[in-house]
Design a protein around this ligand. Sequence first.
Ligand code: NAD
Length: 736
Amino acid sequence: MTNWKYETDGDVAIITWDMADRSMNVMTADVIRELDGHVDAVLADDALKGAVITSAKADMGGGVDLTMLAEIKAQAAKEGGNVGEALFGFVWALHSLYRKIEVGGADKKTKKGGKVFAAATPGTALGGVFELLLGCHRRFAADNPKAKLGLPETLVGLFPGAGGTTRLVRMLGVMGAADYLLKGKLVNPKKAKAGLLIDEVVPQEDLVSSAVAWVRGSSEKDAVKPWDDRGYKIPGGAPYTPKGFQTYLGAVAMTHGQTAGVYPQTNAMLSAVYEGSLVDMDNALRIEARWFTSVLMDPRSSAMIRSLFVNKQAIEKGARRPDVPDQKVKSVGIIGAGMMGAGIAFVSARAGIDVVLVDRDQESADRGRASVEAILDKGVKRKKVTEDQKNEILARVTATPDYDKMSGCDLIVEAVFEDPKIKATVTQATEAVIPEDAIFATNTSTLPITGLAKASKRPEQFIGIHFFSPVEKMMLVEIIKGEKTGDVAVAKALDFVRQIKKTPIVVNDARFFYANRCIIPYLNEAMTMVNEGVKPALIENAAKHIGMPVAPLQLTDETSLELGHRIMSATKVQMGDAYEGTGADDVIIKMFEGQGRAGRKNGKGFYDYDEKGKRQKLWPDLATHFPVSDDQPDVEEVKNRLILSQVLEAIRAKEEDVLVDIREGDVGAILGWGFAPWSGGPLSWVDLTGPAEVVAMCDALEQNYGERFKAPDLLKDIAAKGDTFYGRFQPKQAAA
Ligand code: NAD
């Protein structure tokens, strides 16, 4: 199969990428082999001055095909070969090709006689594809504001390991490259030009001709990259210069401060950057390739790729969607124009869906619409949205107290107060006006769906669609099936979530569903420790050390102690005698009832906040209300309590069939509450740690802290049989 078209226009070759069987180009072994052949043809042809590498699709390409990396591993393992060698072979083939382009056949000593390569990207170019651009001598991008350019590898457990790390540091210096390498920052062409990633932004119709003209007019000097010239100095200095020393020290400290050293890819990348800047380009690339291979061999990195790339994509593409016809939403009715309703209205209207936003009176509905406008205004200020786009999106939102206006809606999302009686009244009033086949969804965060569905005449069309706050930022949406929820409702919810470009998980009904069920014990465990006299700073730092992006007391402040108080009180009422209090209850009561500390929302929680709402230090009086004990626990024990409080709930959710698919349990945990992303999620964490080891951790904690740490039977069984969660439950077709 051919993936590239090779033509010549006088003295310039045009090599155009267009994979027949894919909507988006991706780097595969075949693509690399073919391009290598074309590059050789350019180098061997005396009539050519150079070449333009471009794409016939709307975008240049999405990166290296990560599923292929898993295949290379599996194949080598099956054949009894050396997995590391096989991976390095693939990585090195990519490096060699990009370096061949960069050297352009120039004489090694004189640097003369090289051909030039220009890259011309019509749209998005990511990861390994962007690294191809970096190998070229000049980069042209079409003026396409939707295009994204950059190196997102670090977000899925890798780092730019096809020359991107080495080249970007040589181009921009360590500090200049830091955001692109460490944070996977993506930019549009204009910003990429301002940031020196791209040389020229030209109108789409002039893209290839501009690149061809540049190749034709290029000089011999254009064929030599600055770092292949003698005397080249890395911007900001190399590590052995006094200035560079400071920069490198700063970069390492900053990275460790942000990652707590738990991400294998950032540590490897820093090593590749440091060691690579001590040697010449060819050796630097070899060093980068070796570090990159070491990351590919690290099980943590594989777990991250599996959850954050392979399985996330499978879920978004509908791995759990029932086989029913397209259920795309045209018009959504949102009832309750408060914080959540307004956010849901915004993401729906942004996706091109008409919105009827209903509240108790015109004023409240208008307030909701004004919140949508405020979100859009922020976008305009940050230049993410134009004034025209803002008006277009806002025009899709009708604010009204009149339920009849929802008569044309095919989906309803109810987001009124968390009160079953109010929700029941709203359900009945809505069903009286909406079409017979419309789906009714509730955004409840705590009330079981099956119970709420009792108010509905059509329980098979009743479902939970649980958003997280703030809706415009949080990527996870939890879809909850009540006992009677039918397939069409599930498909409708999934199609809606896909339209608004979020990631869904589908779970069965139970108290707190999946995400909140796991978050609450994590927050409670931290507060229980505060009650026991454990130093709050120890708790927060231990959480950071297990890789939680937001520590538990900080997270409690964010979600508010008031909400914690409300959930605790409601749970007590609902469970009656069966309610088993936790040490956290005392803390919530003392903090919220006793001290009026609600969290960030009133500027007073476990932390203090300034007038602008910026978090300051831990509240100094905490120790007065919760005296710190002389005997502080070992940090490892604090870490284990914090991580197991989440992991054990995830396992119990699987055991009780609330969680149907473990892929969703892991993806949902990372996107929903930031569960240690380096581990690939709570169930991957068990597999990485070793199920038997986890059972032993549970036994030790159970002895000291009681039943809540008792190892679930499912975990014990997996450990006893030498199994793993993914070994037992990963769907066959999705093995990665
Ligand atoms: P909110 O108080 O900000 O908004 C509720 C809105 O519902 C108000 O504008 C109110 O006027 C309106 N309302 C009340 N009764 C109504 C009626 N009979 N008809 C029409 N409108 C009515 O609350 P919120 O934080 O947006 O939460 C709404 C729902 O979303 C709740 O069920 C909550 O549990 C759930 N939820 C909240 C969060 C969160 O973080 N706040 C997260 C997920 C889900």
